[in-house]
Design a protein around this ligand. Structure first.
Ligand code: C5P
Length: 313
């Protein structure tokens, strides 16, 4: 049996609007998700045992069942018990390049890669929609991470509508290494502060999502109108994360002043990103921001927007 190497890209949110509560306890969202070239590398190797074993290059990443990639393997075992009995377990090695708890879907994309890898090793022949359906049981961002590109995501974030991609653009990401934001905390705090504004009726939810589908940001993306894209970036979670973490707000201001055509926090943060036209411009923005904030804890990445999700090497 073959060993597979997979590339699992991170995502940023170009748009994140919280519409209301869902009966399952999650939030009804409308987002525009964008995959980027910054990616984890996974190796999935049949190990001839009846076990899954996970190792990760990042000391803070758990390697037990609390890791979403491990849970992805367990889900596959549960769903395809015959294949597991035939082919056995695997060793999963994660070379972690995406920052952890950063709002970049690092855990979700690793889980997506494990689903793709086990489908290949166990010769299941699952389609992308079938793999995505399994993925949504693990996390709201898993289906998007599998497909990648640029997409409108609704429902919990699992219902996807691909749109024109923005592959040619570059992005600078900034994150304080020691700062992690809990996604459940961000949503819970948002509900406490803005729950009174939530839309609860189905037609209301539908009209809010349709507004984004036919709205100016999607149009600006399809026409590649960069200044418009920059102006229309939006993330409701900034309203709770930025006041709680003033250093993230400061980083956001500095990045915004350093160039590019749009700056925003990704997901529940604390990563902040700036979109720009070229690698050269991205490097200049990074250098300016580094000079403005001299903090060893602050890390930057320069990467390209991407049109692909999980890839087999
Ligand atoms: O789906 P995922 O496990 O990635 O979500 C992490 C947490 O984010 C959830 O436990 C929930 O607190 C919050 N969330 C939410 N509504 C969504 C997606 C996530 O409230 N649509």
């Amino acid at each position: 049996m073959q060993t597979y190497t997979l590339i699992a890209p991170a995502k940023i949110n170009l748009y994140l609007e919280i519409i209301g509560d869902r009966p399952d306890g999650y939030h009804e969202l409308v987002m525009i998700l964008q995959s980027i070239d910054l990616a984890d590398h996974l190796e999935i190797r049949p190990n001839g045992t009846q076990e899954f074993r996970l190792t990760c290059s990042h000391p803070q990443v758990p390697t037990d069942e609390t890791n979403l990639a491990y849970r992805a393997a367990q889900l596959m075992k549960q769903e395809f018990s015959k294949a597991f009995a035939n082919y056995g377990g695997v060793d999963i090695t994660i070379d972690k390049r995406i920052p952890v708890a950063a709002g970049l879907a690092g855990g979700s994309t690793d889980a997506a890669a494990v689903l793709v890898g086990l489908d290949l090793i166990w010769e299941l022949g699952l389609t992308l929609p079938e793999l995505q359906q399994l993925g949504e049981k693990l996390g709201s961002d898993v289906p998007f991470c599998m497909a990648g590109g640029t997409a409108i995501a609704t429902g919990r974030g699992e219902k996807l509508d691909p749109i024109e991609d923005l592959e040619s653009l570059w992005v600078v990401l900034g994150k304080y290494q020691s700062l992690e934001v809990s996604t459940p905390w961000a949503y819970k705090t948002y509900r406490q502060q803005f729950g009174h504004e939530y839309v609860s009726d189905r037609p209301g939810v539908k009209s809010r999502t349709l507004k984004v589908h036919s709205g100016p940001l999607v149009q600006a993306i399809s026409h590649k109108e960069q200044p418009k894209i920059g102006k229309l970036l939006h993330n409701d979670l900034e309203k709770v994360v930025l006041p709680e973490y003033p250093q993230v707000n400061h980083l956001r201001n500095i990045l915004q002043q350093s160039g590019g055509f749009g700056t925003m926090m990704s997901g529940s943060g604390p990563t902040v990103f700036t979109l720009c036209q070229s690698q050269e411009e991205a490097e200049t923005i990074k250098n300016k921001a580094r000079l403005a904030i001299s903090d060893q804890d602050l890390e930057f990445w320069v990467t390209k927007l991407s049109s692909t999700g999980v890839q087999v090497v």
